[in-house]
Design a protein around this ligand. Structure first.
Ligand code: FAD
Ligand code: NAD
Length: 397
């Protein structure tokens, strides 16, 4: 008697949701049992988190119930946290149970990388999840409210963002839009508020197109962002941050956007990892394991020049599609498909009505790039939820 193979997908982010949806489409009735495990019963748009973090958009527009994205007659959704992956036993240990698998897809996403900088874990906020950004927004509002009860604590009005990569830049841009509104609401003089963006490299967005970087920095500086470039944060304390230059920035709010790493659960499973990411083969399989697939921020793949692809939603989504095909091929004894990344471009928002973008060999900035950002976001909503999701969550105007 043959048994139905069990497929377990860990994580319902960009990679996990795409894998689940494609499996649901490609598998025949009773061909496999598919289980999707996620810490929350909603899928959130990590690529939007900088907005609710700054308070320029709502939490509601940044997430969607997973039940609206999958067919629960075809996929079991388990809302739980993964604690441990036991490869040799083919088991996954959850907070409240154990799952066994024949095929495993690991898509748990990354974690903030703090490079061992003292104090960051304890004192800095991170833009990682719905819960973490809700905390940032509320903390900033609380600091403004507290300032009005004791105006000697000027540091309550200072915000330090550590790292001027894409996450840092997109976040300070939203903050620059939000601060004037906060000042009005809390009767605070705008001149007393400081938004610092500290970057270790000599420029913001290191490695990105220099003309667009200049455009972004000029725009943000005009909106009141104070850049500290070429000087890493070397310590974070209750009072703020200490820079390698010797300067101390006093701030009641420190948000760390200094980089991400892979996942510690994946590291603990015994894979060989580079900063928590597993170098997968061209079929997205873990080294030496034909039944374990690793995608998104947990995986490491290299371009033709031997440089690692940066961890993005774009690559996670494309991997999800191929991963589903390869799981189905494995079950049916077919040929797996090679994953080839199709880099469609990079678009970074700079707050309301502003963005920068490189799409193919075309550079864009300002309003046209902001429209491109909207299109990218709408396209994603369409891919995972069709027109109904575009209408419910999309920012059309
Ligand atoms: P995620 O999307 O992070 O999904 C992981 C899922 O696993 C989550 O649902 C999480 O809740 C769940 N999970 C984690 N741990 C557990 C556990 N132990 N148990 C159960 N469930 C768990 N990339 C772009 O391409 N374009 C952008 O514009 C862009 N903007 C970004 C803006 C910000 C502010 C940030 C932080 C990142 C941005 N990125 C962007 C990067 C992109 O978001 C990530 O590369 C992408 O989310 C990775 O997808 P993933 O599927 O690997 O993981
Ligand atoms: P990142 O690694 O891209 O940038 C982190 C920045 O922090 C770097 O510029 C680094 O030099 C700086 N840094 C590191 N240590 C520091 C220190 N001690 N002090 C000061 N600065 C320090 O991380 P990210 O911006 O979170 O991006 C993570 C991934 O998500 C990347 O792959 C990125 O491409 C992607 N992403 C894409 C978009 C987009 O396409 N719009 C937006 C956000 C994130």
């Amino acid at each position: 008697m043959s048994t139905i193979p069990k497929i377990v997908i860990l994580g319902a982010g960009y990679g996990g949701i795409l894998t689940a949806q494609r499996l649901q489409k490609e598998l025949n009735y009773n061909e496999a049992d598919v289980t999707l495990v996620n810490r929350h019963d909603y899928h959130y748009f990590t690529t939007h988190l900088h907005m609710p973090a700054a308070g320029t958009d709502s939490i509601d527009r940044t997430r969607v119930p997973i039940s609206k994205l999958i067919d629960e007659f075809k996929i079991d959704l388990v809302k739980s946290s993964v604690r441990e992956i036991r490869l040799s036993d083919r088991k996954v240990i959850l907070d409240d149970g154990t799952l066994s698998f024949d095929y495993l897809v690991i898509a748990l996403g990354g974690e903030p990388e703090s490079f061992g900088i003292p104090g960051l874990a304890e004192h800095a906020f991170k833009i990682r999840s719905i819960n973490s950004v809700r905390l940032i927004r509320q903390h900033i509002e609380y600091q403004f409210a507290m300032y009005k009860t004791d105006e000697s604590r000027k540091d309550r009005l200072n915000i330090v963002v550590g790292g001027a990569g894409f996450s840092g830049i997109e976040f300070v841009a939203e903050l620059a839009d939000r601060v004037p509104r906060l000042c009005k609401e809390y009767d605070v003089d705008r001149k007393l508020v400081h938004i610092y963006n500290v970057e270790a490299a000599p420029t913001a967005l290191p490695g990105f197109d220099p003309e667009l970087v200049d455009y972004a920095m000029e725009l943000l500086a005009k909106k009141g962002v104070d850049f500290r470039l070429g000087t890493p944060i070397k310590e974070c304390t209750k009072e703020g941050v200490v820079l390698a230059s010797g300067e101390t920035l006093h701030a009641a709010t420190v948000v760390w956007t200094g980089g991400i790493r892979g996942n510690r659960i994946v590291e603990a499973a015994g894979f060989e990892t580079a900063r928590g990411r597993v170098k997968v083969d061209e079929y997205l399989r873990a080294p030496g394991l034909e039944n374990v697939f690793i995608i998104g921020d947990n995986s490491l793949m290299f371009n033709e020049e031997g440089r690692p692809y940066p961890p993005t939603a774009q690559i996670a989504m494309q991997q999800g599609v191929i991963c589903a095909k390869n799981v189905v091929a494995a079950i049916r004894g077919g040929q797996p498909r090679q994953f080839v990344f199709n880099h469609k471009g990079t678009v970074a928002s700079l707050g309301r009505g502003q963005a920068i973008a490189v799409v193919g060999d075309k550079k864009m900035k300002g309003w046209s790039a902001a429209q491109m950002k909207k299109l990218v976001d709408l396209r994603y909503l369409f891919i995972i939820g069709g027109i109904p999701l575009v209408l419910r969550k999309g920012r059309i105007f």
